[in-house]
Every structure is written in structure tokens, then in C-alpha cells.
Design a protein around this ligand. Structure first.
Ligand code: ARG
Ligand code: ZN
Length: 881
């Protein structure tokens, strides 16, 4: 944390470091309330640094206990030291060695940055700026050094000692009850990739032979008793390693790959070189405790962290403004991996749903920022959906615009040219420009301009001329600090569906450059003409969601329903139906605000019925088609003066109408989707469960008591977490009679399984009922609740704030006050977690005036506090700007 909380960091102020560190020797001696860290750094003045320039090292909350330079203890006048900074006043002009000893208290570290203890295990988290909480250092990603780490602890307390890279030696410390291990990482790396772990952990091992013939030992370390819950993570790891070889030509580069699962972790996981540390939520899975969604999440996150070994570690970021260079690209890679492991269409729909529900609102509110920001107060607040998910979309667009082959050539060039470097978005884009010959100047605006472009499309078909004219109009609204926007280079994948279910091929396309079926839209207004058409086309626009824009086409309901049934692009079939449903839900919301009854058009009911019963489609896809947009999605599309109670009422009535109108079809398919065999987490079985549980949601929310009763039966008969939790959710959210008994039975069963208890807290926090806030308040006093465990805090308070539209946004403002108060307390312990919680306020300006005033008052109350963390102040003040 920087002491001067008002001074932001700016991209244009970047300067290369004045000194370089080539090697780091760390000697870490662990004891419960004290860890002594001795760092020996080999330093050298950069050639363009004037001799005598002071060396300034970063620190955060550090206590210096010894300091020497080239073996001589430094005298008082030779340096100045503070918890956040160590300055060597006049370092030698040639290479020199600095030895720094700091003494830490891992138990007192509640921020979970730097060295801390999680359930007795010593572990570290250094990204973004945690290494400076371990020792004074040039804690910046462009300072690459070779690390050797010696770790020492009591054998009884920490039989397992892990570091980055390969193990070198280990053994007892003679005459003591202690032992040590030495690890060496030959690959130069920035400090944020440093890690160490020490604890009493169980280990599950396997091995992998790379395409280069290297035998790699794979280990997953977990708390004793969890050994049986690692199979899926291990399997996902091996599949990731193979996939990166096959698809990107990237092989692993050490003899060991270690993963450690810890229970207290601020984020999902961390790609430390050779020693990934994970939130255990993304490692542990058994059918009894993890849902299909959890299994999919594990597969994705294991892959993500593994893929960072090349995109992030071998090639890292020059500075933190380039965060998307590793994160956007690595998310893109993990999405492609999951698409190859599962159904590509289903994966794409899931990713776009996530993008729209998390990133679009961010882009539309006061926290909007470019994929590559230009300014920050606290970098931890930029691990956002924009940097990650929109960052991945930008890479996907690039691929779409230059084609698969040029994309692969560009990636190869990037790996060849920048291996071992800390680099920038410009350098990344230059590789693709060279590989494809396409000028990416305009495209690079995707990294610079915040906000979701609106793309309006009008179509005119002239039958006699056999011509379709599409007029594209792009608009990008102003966002914080960006009043004026330039037109973007938008890839629009297009197909033309003929009336007889076949694609129509135009003889010519004028008005846009094309790459295959992708149009390059570049100007504010662009008219594209398709000629030589033999019949009336229904344009299928933005296939596969080829750009992260808000598409407003002039297609009417019947064209959209035609596409929903016939489009050759499965993503657009889903999207077409969603867009009809969204229009209907927005109308229903307006109606609900006027106390009108909600009706669903017969054409829409028919489309739903057709989908439920269509066995030619994969069940996972049908499940997605049947899931209504969430309340937050509807609110986002309405965009202003939102009344969350009206949104909730409309959506609930809409779902009930469908459930009642097609009850027999729902019931029949629900029966048909019963488990065929023993539980398996594979995509096909998961898809059947997804469809069945989606239908269960309709059954539970319909008017037929027999349907309602099925939910309880489903809960009682379930033999896996997916089914059990699906039923528990419906029972709780529909407030069905079996609810309390089910919640009690679940609690009884899972008392000792923390990840399963998170779900129990979460399902109650997200119930859309007036008593929920009171219940959440009570649950903060439950013996299993702990403000020190980020997963538990996210499960209860985070889920209430971000996953319960109607209750967080209560008309009386009590939801806002509760979350603001909680975050305010949490901020004293864990600023990063508190700031993230407060981002739930990001859409407050889109609410109706009464709620808006309450939200603003809660934010202003926090802003007036004098001792907020930099993290919290940054979010609160940006929300208010
Ligand atoms: N690099 C990690 C990942 O996405 C995220 C670490 C973020 N940690 C943090 N404290 N901001 O894989
Ligand atoms: Zn990442």
C-alpha cells in the first residue's frame, strides 16, 4: 500500500527500473508468530542510471531487523527505512550485494497478501504487490530475477516445505526439531510470481511426460482428509498440459508442477511459477459435495493457472497497466480449452452470459474502465470482469478478424519474440499485425476506450434486385474520464438464413472488408450490401457473439423466433430466443409497475414448448434456452429508473405462466432426463442434470401443487450435490413448504464440509423474500460464519449484495446500509475483500430515485470516514464520481 493515498499511478509515468536484480536468495525461517526472512539480492545499476542514484526498494508494513551491503553492516546515514520503503542513499557504482532481514508475523496478516497462515498452513500471495510485505524489493513486474529459496520450519508443524521451481535439497537441521528445503527456479521471474508453502499437508501425486520428453512430477497438496477430492483437478491438469502442447505448441518447463489448495484466499487461484496456490473451491470436488458447475469451474481455473506458465510467466507484463496482456489472453485460452473439452456452443453461451451479467454492468456504470486502464489508485481493484472477460473477448475478436491461421502465426511469433520478457499490449498486437498484414491501429482502441458499443442494424431487402442492405450504426457512450469516443473496428460474423432452413450465399458483398463470414465494421455508419440473393434472407447477426457489443437489430419477433428454431449457428439460436424473452420481460416489468397481470405471447410459449421437447438438441443447450435472463440482466437492459421489485414480480409471473402453460411437456421431459447410470461429472451427464434441474425450477415455481411437491422429492432422492443443491435452491427461493426441513437436513449433513456450507449460506442470502435481510443478519452470528474466511464472506454477504437484486436494493435502503456497514468493518481486516464487496454498488445510478438516494447516502457515509483503506476509498469515490 502506498502511503500517499491521493497520488494515482499513471501509465504515461512508466520508467524502467534504475537498478536491476539478477538473483535473489531467500532464507525463510518460520515459527508461529514470527518469520525471519533473509534476502540476499545481487544488484546492478542500469546502464542509463547516473552513478550515485539512490536505490529505493518497496515495502509494505515491514520491520527491518538487519541490513548489510557487500557484507558490511550499513551505518545509519547510509540508508533510510520506513515500513513502506528502504532507500540506500548512495549505492556502489558497480554490481553489489544487499542483505536484508525482515521479521514478519504471518498470524497477524489478515489481508491475505504476502506471507500468512490459512488453517495452520503458511502460504503466500504476492500478486500484485504482496512480495513487498515479505521483504524490501523492486516489487514491479519488469524486475526479473532468478530465485533460490531456503525454507525452514519445525518438522512437526510443517513437514511439507514448498517453493518455486525444482527441489534442490532438503534435510534436518542438526541438533534441532527443525528441517529445511531448498528450491531453485531457473526461470527469471518477477516478484509477484514468488511463492512458498509450509504445512502439514497430504499429497496426491501423478506424472506427465511432455511432448519434449520431460517427465514432470505432478502434486496436489490438500488438508488431510481431502485426498479423495483431487481426482478431477488432477485430471483437468493433465488435460490442460496436453491441450497447450497440441493447440498452442507450449510445453511445460520444470520437473515439478505443484498445486496447493488453501481455504483462506482472496481470489480464485495464483499462477506462481511451478507452485500454483488455489482457493480450495477450485480444487476439491466429490459428487457428494460439488455441483456440475463446480466441476466445470475447477477444470477452467486449473487450466487457467497452468496456461499462465506461458502467458504470464514466461512472458509477463511490463507494468500493471498491461494486466490484460496476461489475464485477457489466458482467459481466452481457458475458454477455448473448456470449449474443446465440452460443447463449444454451450461453453460460448455460458461465457457470454457471464460477460453480460458481470462485465456489461461494469462498463455501463461509474466503475467503467478500459481493458487497459491508464490510471489506478489500487491495482487490486483492477482484477475486474473488464480486464479478464472483456480482455478475452478482445483476443477472440482479433482471431475473428485475422482468421485462425494468422492468429496461430501471431501467437507463435509472440512466444518466439518475447519469451523471457516483461512486455506490453503494443508488442503483443505488433505480432498479429505482422502475421496477418492487417492494420490493427483502430482495433487497438478496444484496449483504450471503456464502455460497451451499441451497434444498431437496419435491414432492407429488395426482392427483385435480390439484394439485402444492412446499415450499421455504432455508438459508444462517454465513460469516466472519456467524454469523446472514436469509432471501433468491430468484427460482425453474419449468416443469411433462407426460408427453407438453408444458408443463402450472396454473390457479392460490398461496403465492408470481410474475413470469411466476418464483416469489418469500422465507421460510425456503414452500409453493407449483399447481392445475388435467391430468396428472402433473415440475417443472423453477430454469430457466436463475435464482438462484445450491445446489438440492436430491427428483426421482429417472428424473424427472431425463426432464427431461434432454424439458425445454423447455435449461439444465435439461443441469443434470438433470449432477445425475444428480454423484450417481453421488459414490457412485463413496465406492466408489473402498473400492477398489470403478466401474459406471455402464444408464439413465445410455443417456442419454449418446442425447445423442451426437442430431443435433437443437446440437453445442456436446451437448459440454457429455457433459463430466463436474471433480474440483474433485465435491470441492465432497462438501464435507468429501475424498480427491482417490479423486475422481480415480472420475471416471477412470467416463469409461472410458462410453467403452467406447458406443464405436461415440462413434466415429461423432467422424467425423461432422470439419471441413466451412476453419477459422472462428464459434460453429457451434466447437461442432462442441467436440463432436468432447470425444469425443476419451473415445476417449483408453477401453480400446480403436485409440481411443487416434486421439488421436495427431488431433494430427498438426490444422490449428488448438483441435484440436491438445485432442489434446495428452488425450495428456498420459491419458499415452498419443505424449505426449513431441507435447510436443516442439509446443514446436518454438511456441517463439516466448508465448501458445502458456503452453498447453504449462499442459498439463503439470495432468497428474494422480505425476510432475507434479517436472516442474513442472523446468519452472521451462526457458529460457522467467519469474517476471516473470504469464501464464507462472499457466500453470505457477497451473495446478498451481488446476487439478490430485490433485497440488496430494498426500497427502504436497509440492504445498502447493511452491506456498507459490513464492508466498513471488513475493511479493517481485509481491504481487498471489502473493496470487492462494495463494487455491488456499481449500478446504483440506474435505480429509481428513491433507491438511488438511499444508495448514495450509504456511499457518502463511507466516503466521509477518515480511515478507509486505499482499496475501499478508491471504489467508494469512483462509485460517487
Ligand atoms: N493472477 C491470478 C489469476 O487470475 C489472480 C491473482 C489476483 N490476486 C490479487 N490479489 N489481485 O489467475
Ligand atoms: Zn489469471
Amino acid at each position: 500500500m502506498r502511503p500517499d493515498t491521493s497520488a494515482p499511478v499513471r501509465l504515461e509515468d512508466y520508467r524502467a527500473p534504475a537498478y536491476r536484480i539478477s538473483t535473489v536468495h531467500l532464507d525463510i525461517r518460520l515459527a508461529p508468530r514470527s518469520a525471519k526472512v533473509r534476502a540476499r539480492l545481487a544488484l546492478e545499476r542500469a546502464s542509463d542510471t547516473a552513478p550515485g542514484t539512490p536505490l529505493v526498494l518497496d515495502g509494505d508494513d515491514l520491520r527491518l531487523t538487519a541490513l548489510s551491503l557487500d557484507g558490511r553492516v550499513l551505518a545509519d546515514g547510509d540508508y533510510t527505512v520506513a515500513p513502506d520503503r528502504l532507500e540506500i542513499v548512495s549505492p556502489p557504482t558497480g554490481p553489489f550485494t544487499l542483505e536484508i532481514e525482515t521479521t514478519l508475523d504471518p498470524d497477524a496478516n489478515t489481508k491475505l497478501m504476502g506471507l500468512y497462515r490459512s488453517n495452520g498452513t503458511y502460504c503466500t500471495q504476492c500478486e500484485a504487490e504482496g512480495f513487498r510485505r515479505i521483504t524490501y524489493f523492486l516489487d514491479r513486474p519488469d524486475c526479473l530475477a532468478v530465485y533460490t529459496t531456503r525454507i525452514e520450519a519445525r518438522v512437526g508443524e510443517a513437514p511439507v516445505l514448498l517453493g518455486n521451481g525444482n527441489p534442490v535439497e532438503s534435510g534436518p537441521v542438526p541438533g534441532t526439531d527443525r528441517h529445511y528445503a531448498i528450491w531453485h527456479d531457473p526461470h527469471p521471474k518477477p516478484a509477484y510470481l514468488f511463492a512458498m508453502v509450509a504445512g502439514d499437508l497430504a499429497c496426491v501425486s501423478d506424472s506427465f511426460r511432455t511432448c519434449e520428453g520431460r517427465d514432470v512430477a505432478l502434486n496436489i497438496y490438500v488438508e488431510h482428509g481431502n485426498e479423495g477430492a483431487c481426482d478431477w483437478a488432477m485430471d483437468s491438469l493433465k488435460r490442460s498440459m496436453r491441450w497447450d502442447e497440441e493447440v498452442f505448441g507450449r510445453a511445460y518447463d520444470l520437473d515439478v508442477f505443484n498445486i496447493v489448495a488453501v481455504s483462506d484466499f482472496n481470489m480464485g487461484a495464483m499462477e506462481n511459477k511451478g507452485l500454483n496456490i488455489f482457493n480450495d473451491k477450485y480444487v476439491l470436488a466429490r459428487p457428494e459435495t460439488a455441483t456440475d458447475q463446480d466441476y466445470a469451474g475447477i477444470e477452467t481455473v486449473i487450466a487457467h493457472e497452468y496456461f499462465h506458465n506461458w502467458t504470464g510467466n514466461r512472458i509477463t507484463c511490463r507494468d500493471w497497466f498491461q494486466l490484460c496482456l496476461k489475464e485477457g489472453l489466458t482467459v481466452f485460452r481457458d475458454q477455448e480449452f473448456s470449449a474443446d473439452m465440452r460443447s463449444r456452443a454451450v461453453k460460448r453461451i455460458a461465457d457470454v452470459r457471464l460477460l453480460k451479467s458481470h462485465q456489461f454492468p461494469e462498463d455501463a456504470g461509474p466503475l467503467a474502465h478500459p481493458v487497459r486502464p491508464r490510471l489506478y489508485h489500487e491495482i487490486n481493484n483492477f482484477y475486474t470482469a473488464t480486464v479478464y472477460e472483456k480482455g478475452a473477448e478482445v483476443v477472440r475478436m482479433l482471431k475473428c478478424l485475422i482468421g485462425d491461421e494468422a492468429f496461430r502465426a501471431g501467437m507463435d511469433l509472440y512466444f518466439r519474440r518475447h519469451d523471457g520478457e516483461a512486455t506490453t499490449i503494443e508488442a503483443f498486437l505488433a505480432c498479429f499485425q505482422e502475421a496477418s498484414g492487417l492494420d490493427l491501429g483502430q482495433f487497438s482502441l478496444w484496449y483504450e476506450q471503456a464502455g460497451t458499443p451499441v451497434l444498431k442494424v437496419d435491414s432492407v431487402y429488395e426482392k427483385e434486385a435480390g439484394r439485402l442492405t444492412l446499415t450499421f450504426r455504432q455508438q459508444l457512450a462517454p465513460s469516466p474520464k472519456q467524454p469523446d469516443k472514436k469509432p471501433m473496428h468491430i468484427p460482425v460474423r453474419v449468416g443469411l438464413m433462407g426460408e427453407n432452413d438453408e444458408e443463402l450465399a450472396p454473390a457479392a458483398i460490398t461496403g465492408a472488408d470481410t474475413t470469411g463470414d466476418v464483416l469489418h465494421i469500422r465507421t460510425p455508419v456503414q452500409t453493407v450490401v449483399f447481392s445475388g440473393l435467391t430468396g428472402r434472407p433473415v440475417p443472423s447477426l453477430l454469430r457466436g457473439f463475435s464482438a462484445p457489443v450491445s446489438l440492436k437489430s430491427d428483426l421482429n419477433e417472428s424473424d427472431l423466433l425463426f432464427l431461434a428454431a432454424h439458425d445454423k449457428d447455435p449461439f444465435n439460436r439461443w441469443e434470438a430466443l433470449q432477445s425475444v424473452v428480454m423484450t417481453a420481460l421488459i414490457a412485463a416489468t413496465a406492466g408489473a409497475a402498473r400492477q398489470e397481470a403478466v401474459t406471455v405471447s402464444p408464439a413465445l410459449i410455443a417456442a419454449f414448448a418446442a425447445n423442451v421437447a426437442d430431443d435433437s438438441l443437446e440437453p445442456a443447450f436446451r437448459a440454457l434456452c429455457l433459463q430466463l435472463p436474471g433480474e440483474a440482466d433485465i435491470a441492465r437492459e432497462i438501464g435507468h429508473d429501475v424498480d427491482p421489485d417490479a423486475v422481480h414480480a415480472a420475471r416471477t409471473a412470467f416463469r409461472r405462466a410458462i410453467a403452467d402453460d406447458i406443464a405436461p411437456t415440462i413434466r415429461a421431459t423432467y422424467e425423461a432426463m432422470r439419471d441413466e447410470a451412476e453419477f459422472s461429472p462428464d459434460a453429457r451427464s451434466a447437461g442432462r442434470r442441467a436440463l432436468r434441474n432447470t425444469l425443476l425450477d419451473y415445476l417449483g415455481h408453477g401453480s400446480d401443487p403436485a409440481g411443487n411437491l416434486l421439488v421436495q422429492t427431488h431433494f430427498e432422492a438426490s444422490d449428488n450435490m448438483t441435484d440436491r443443491f438445485a432442489a434446495l435452491s428452488v425450495l428456498t427461493h420459491a419458499a415452498l413448504p419443505g424449505r426449513d426441513a431441507a435447510l436443516a437436513a442439509y446443514e446436518e449433513r454438511y456441517r463439516a464440509v466448508p465448501l458445502a456450507m458456503d452453498k447453504w449460506f449462499m442459498v439463503q442470502a439470495t432468497a428474494p423474500t422480505a425476510s432475507t435481510l434479517e436472516r442474513v443478519r442472523q446468519l452472521t452470528g451462526h457458529p460457522a460464519f467467519s469474517a476471516g474466511n473470504p469464501n464464507r464472506v462472499r457466500a453470505l454477504i457477497g451473495a446478498f449484495a451481488s446476487g439478490n437484486q430485490s433485497q440488496f436494493n430494498r426500497a427502504d435502503g436497509a440492504g445498502f446500509d447493511f452491506v456498507a456497514d459490513f464492508a466498513r468493518d471488513l475493511d479493517r481486516r481485509n481491504p481487498q475483500a471489502a473493496a470487492r464487496m462494495m463494487s455491488a454498488f456499481r449500478s446504483w445510478r440506474a435505480l429509481e430515485p428513491g433507491r438511488r438516494a438511499h444508495a448514495e447516502a450509504a456511499l457518502r457515509r463511507l466516503a466521509a470516514e477518515t480511515d478507509l483503506s486505499v482499496d475501499m476509498r478508491d471504489i467508494v469515490e469512483r462509485c460517487l464520481q
